[in-house]
Design a protein around this ligand. Sequence first.
Ligand SMILES: Cc1cc2nc3c(=O)[nH]c(=O)nc-3n(C[C@H](O)[C@H](O)[C@H](O)COP(=O)(O)OP(=O)(O)OC[C@H]3O[C@@H](n4cnc5c(N)ncnc54)[C@H](O)[C@@H]3O)c2cc1C
Length: 457
Amino acid sequence: MAERMIVIGGDAAGMSAASQARRRRDRTDLEIIAFERGHFTSYSACGIPYWVSGLVEDRDELVARDPATFRDEFGIEVRTRHEVTAVDLDRREVIVRDLDGGGEVRAGFDTLVYATGASPVQPDWTRDDVAGVFGVQTLDDGAALIDWLEGKPSPRHAVVVGGGYVGVEMAEALVQRGLSVQLLEQADQPMSAVDPDMGELVAEAMRATGIGVRTGLTVTGLEERDGRISAVVTDEGPIPADVVVLGLGVRPNTALAEAAGLPIGPSGGVRTDRRMRVPGVPGVWAAGDCVESLHRVSGMPVHIPLGTHANKQGRVVGINIGGGYATFPGVIGTAVTKVCELEVGRTGLRERDALEAGFEFVTVLAQSTNRAGYYPGSRPMTVKLLAERPSGRLLGAQIVGWSEAAKRIDVLAVALWNGMTVDEMTALDLGYAPPYAPVWDPVLIAARKAVDALAAV
Ligand SMILES: Cc1cc2nc3c(=O)[nH]c(=O)nc-3n(C[C@H](O)[C@H](O)[C@H](O)COP(=O)(O)OP(=O)(O)OC[C@H]3O[C@@H](n4cnc5c(N)ncnc54)[C@H](O)[C@@H]3O)c2cc1C
């Protein structure tokens, strides 16, 4: 009889695990069933801002594989609108509720993949009786927001609450739809994924594109007129709004795991070992936004919910269940985003992370340009580096600038991943031609500056 693999969660991590396992074991050997409580499988939440902006026209473009494709081409059974409500480890069963048809079933498993993702932080001031307030975690959320934006009366004033990368991307999307947008952030700068000095550059650029960036204020409530949102109330007074988008970060979905007794780590995600097995629970694996990962620089467990990790971790799970050997080596926190034309990249530790981890370090800020100064389209680029003292090992990097800025972070990520010192980095053989970089690339200028800073202390 075929072994049975059950997957909870039908997106990046869960379906990567299912697909990889299937590549290695056929259906006579391994039966695979995935339960997904939403309507879609293998969808790109990352694409929602570009769908809302209109850049991506059709929702289906954001769906990589639907349940019929999984069934017909991969022999993977996906049951959408089925929510797993409990995991019974003693009986090795999951309890599943059919959200449309009603009723509950039990399904036994030999192998379980826990890939439930994360859910947006819900502030205590949201109200069910006020229409026009949206999260953007799922395609259903995106569809609801687009319906509201296209409905009558046409919203004109948007407020985005939270200045993380999702909030920033949504502010851009709403501006591109022609709305006047205010982005509200409790901290003194948006983009807390970078240090405050770099976040300030983001705030300046956003303001220059017409987005109102209001920092250092706290949202306390909502006002409505006839059940529709009319204002966001803050400690600095009300701000008019016909639509509100929440971008306050996410928390790992661990309720089922906790109830079943799976170990939860200090960062709040499910704990796994290098092969993505849940320690102490044979046959149970976890991956994606619901787990915590090892930060390779600080050595600490972290919860960094990104699609890039979810796909890799799911693949590791699938290879292992399929009979192969794979490990997930941890993360260094590399991420990129953009707001209008401004690009932002980061990797490794911010100053506060490096302090918390107990490092001694220097920081440098290098101003340069994306192209040779004389070449048309040359724009400023700021590179920030953190280097350990006295070793000179790169600990973290951030870049803010215009075209060609964000993906330059990958050079720094590779250097950091491989433990390079800033001194070694000054000799990196990076490409140069006037349309792509000044003769000294901004990365090399920053590395040279860091070497000087280390020599000065
Ligand atoms: C607007 C936005 C933009 C983003 N942009 C980027 C980006 O640019 N780059 C990047 O790397 N990442 C980005 N991300 C993050 C990325 O989308 C996530 O990291 C990724 O989707 C995580 O995949 P996952 O499979 O772990 O979790 P999810 O995608 O959350 O999937 C988990 C699935 O499990 C289902 N589920 C949960 N509980 C149950 C249950 N009990 N029973 C059945 N089903 C259940 C959920 O419905 C969900 O479909 C973005 C996210 C958002 C919201």
